[in-house]
Ligand binder design. Structure first.
Ligand SMILES: [Zn+2]
Length: 240
């Protein structure tokens, strides 16, 4: 009953009324902390919940992208015109994928806190702290800070809000989680990359063929450009 009252109350709050924080309170980046937590938590219930959440947000994201490309949410016509059945189906599909994302956070509780630090210039230290959940996986970072499932979830929320969640992915060879920087990165290290291409020769051949074509194109471009660059300049007007 209490929970229902609470969720009803938060449903009345507009997006402008929400709190947003770009980093953890001590400035740790999600792309590091979340990756560490995911790799340490593999095989636990906490991991199942968080990785499912990441998959669900990604699936909804992809469906929204594709629906926007196909102008599913735009209907040009006179008032009262019926929206084509295919468009309605696609809209329902997107709603269905957004639903588990909006429901996933009901179990997580975050509390605002204002701590008075006596010998600090800043004095008041604001943060939101997550409560421990059932079968929580707590990971201790090398600096001693504990990361709970709620903290990993907060990282997912932040990365999703910056549209960076698709950069959190698993290495194609060893399935370890990594943060893709640059965005096309698919392996946790060069050893995994070499291993992947060694066991997938077709991928290696494709890449080699692409590089051969690329080098030929570059050479042709240079050969076309050089004679133009070497041509002596002719005056545009000849004075008597
Ligand atoms: Zn790897």
């Amino acid at each position: 009953m209490k929970r229902e009252e609470k969720s009803k109350g938060s449903a009345n709050r507009t997006i402008e009324e929400g709190q947003h924080q770009s980093l953890t309170v001590i400035g740790e980046e999600d792309r590091i902390v979340l990756i560490e937590w995911l790799n340490a938590a593999v095989g636990t219930k906490s991991y199942e919940r968080v990785s499912k959440l990441i998959r669900n947000i990604r699936a909804a994201d992809a469906a929204v992208d594709s629906a926007l490309r196909d102008r599913v949410f735009i209907h040009v016509g006179r008032a009262g015109d019926i929206i084509p059945a295919e468009k309605r189906r696609r809209r329902r599909e997107v709603d269905k994928l957004l639903l588990p994302v909006s429901r996933a956070f009901a179990e997580y509780l975050f509390h605002p806190r204002l701590t008075c630090i006596l010998f600090d210039k800043r004095r008041w230290w604001f943060d939101l702290f997550g409560e421990s959940v059932r079968s929580d996986y707590k990971f201790t970072r090398p600096n001693g800070r504990r990361v709970y499932e709620a903290d990993a979830v907060f990282g997912v929320l932040r990365l999703a809000s910056y549209r960076s969640l698709d950069r959190i992915r698993e290495c194609l060879t060893c399935q370890k989680w990594l943060y893709a920087h640059p965005s096309h990165k698919k392996f946790c290290n060069s050893a995994c990359q070499l291993k992947y291409f060694a066991s997938n020769p077709s991928q290696k051949e494709k890449r080699a063929a692409y590089m051969r074509r690329y080098r030929i194109d570059q050479k042709e471009k240079m050969e076309r450009a050089l004679p133009v660059a070497r041509q002596p300049r002719t005056p545009s007007t000849v004075r008597p």
